[in-house]
Design a binder for this molecule. Structure first.
Ligand code: HOZ
Length: 428
């Protein structure tokens, strides 16, 4: 497989773009190979600039839940674009979109559109602070909530492979009010409440840790957070940038039966267009300007083209609840197959999965939090990922990311994927 054109683009890109990429993980640094420059995508497959075809398990980090280039979504974008790209003014479609989200996710009574998950989280935290009059927040080691200053503390995703635990360029004052606890460890949260009682505005959590690989909440963890927040008068924020509208129509909160006060969404609600949103209890959301005193704004927020794409995808998902069962069954067949192969060839690895999300960790130990995730052998992952890439599978180019399955991944894709993984693990 030639990667000559990707290599050439990457060389050139490094002259003009820091690290040659617009988001660190896609530099392929942590697997030590060349980023594939993608030319097009359709269904479950992507084609790179050298003409290589891949079955895609990144799915734009989640939003392509129906597969790439889904006709109804593409048509809605073309139709919306034919009426202008941006007005910086209110539109009908954003009202329909907000109503749809409120209908699909019962904990959300009001919702505000923004342009990315980072912005959604930053704004939700400001709302929580404005509402409670408290400054401190609790986040979990290994959870990633975007790249705003206050949240780049023991963060997951690219931060986990960047060689530094936190980002440079973030003034100490910006993270002074960020307290960190261990995922799946309620006692570590209780300790923070004991120490900082009455000062914690919110606890923010990825209900499934999906930026340190995939780490599932243990039984009692999410309900325990709910209970602690209620006892302490703090808000519970679910960051559903990855899990929202993916695990099921009402996201991880529906899947695990825990109702947060605020929820943040990202890319999935734009079906591939740049979008984010935060929403939740009416009384909390009422602090947002111009209704309340918490300021948050944006010209491209609720952009009509992005709204059209997102509205079409969410409507389809709402109208076809059976699709989630099909999606999870398909992903289940793939994950069962990988598990079987890992066992058969006695690979010291574990596979964490939930619904259509999964992650192979190259460690024999159960992965339940940041510490156990960090024990994974990243060199073994790099060798595995590079083999997959050179045999037509596009996976996240880092140990600490999720694998995403879409509705477009059929029997053929599952079989082809398992055959490649088996060939690799047999000969490694
Ligand atoms: N932060 C994203 C994964 N958790 C990666 C974004 C990208 O490279 O597009």
């Amino acid at each position: 497989m030639s990667t000559e054109r990707s290599e050439r683009f990457f060389q050139e890109a490094q002259n003009y773009i820091p690290g040659g990429v617009n988001s660190p993980v896609r530099a392929f640094q942590s697997i030590g190979s060349v980023p594939r420059f993608i030319r097009s995508a359709d269904g479950a497959r992507m084609i790179d600039e050298d003409g290589n075809e891949y079955i895609d398990y990144v799915c734009s980090w989640g939003p392509m839940i129906l597969g790439h280039n889904y006709p109804a979504i593409r048509e809605s974008v073309v139709e919306a674009a034919s009426r202008g790209l941006s007005y910086g003014a209110a539109t009908e479609i954003e009202v329909r979109m907000a109503k749809l989200i409120c209908e699909m996710v019962p904990s959300i009574e009001m919702v505000r559109m923004v342009n990315s998950g980072t912005e959604a989280v930053m704004s939700a935290i400001r709302a929580a602070r404005g509402f409670t009059g408290r400054d401190k927040i609790v986040k979990f080691n290994g959870c990633y909530h975007g790249h705003s200053d206050g949240l780049l503390v023991k963060a997951g995703s690219g931060v986990m492979t960047a060689g530094v635990p936190d980002s440079s360029g973030v003034p100490a004052g910006c993270t002074r009010d960020t307290l960190t606890a261990d995922y799946n460890d309620l006692d570590s949260v209780k300790e923070l409440f004991q120490r900082w009682g009455g000062q914690i505005a919110a606890v923010i959590v990825e209900p499934v840790g999906a930026n340190m690989g995939v780490v599932l909440p243990e039984e009692g963890f999410l309900p325990g957070l709910r209970k602690l927040c209620d006892e302490q008068g703090s808000l519970l924020i679910f960051d559903e940038v990855i899990t929202g509208f993916r695990l099921q129509a009402d996201g991880a909160q529906g899947y695990f039966g825990v109702r947060p006060d605020l929820t943040t969404f990202g890319k999935i609600i734009g079906a591939g267009m740049p979008v984010g949103a935060y929403g939740g209890r009416r009384d909390v959301m009422s602090v947002i300007s111009p209704l309340g005193a918490v300021y948050q704004a944006g010209t491209l927020s609720g952009n009509p083209v992005a709204m059209a794409a997102g509205y079409t995808q969410l409507t389809l998902l709402k109208e076809h609840p059976e699709w989630y069962r099909e999606l999870n069954e398909r992903a289940g067949r793939l994950f069962d197959g990988i598990r079987r192969i890992l066992q058969q060839y006695e690979v010291p690895a574990v596979l964490n999965t939930v619904g259509s999300l999964g992650c192979v960790f190259f460690t024999p130990e159960a992965v339940t939090d940041y510490t156990t995730a960090k024990k994974a052998d990243t060199k073994a992952f790099a060798a595995y990922a590079n083999y997959l890439f050179s045999h037509g599978l596009y996976v996240a180019p880092s140990q600490f990311e999720a694998m995403f399955v879409s509705m477009a991944h059929g029997e053929e894709e599952v079989e082809q994927t398992l055959a490649v993984i088996e060939r690799y693990l047999k000969q490694r």
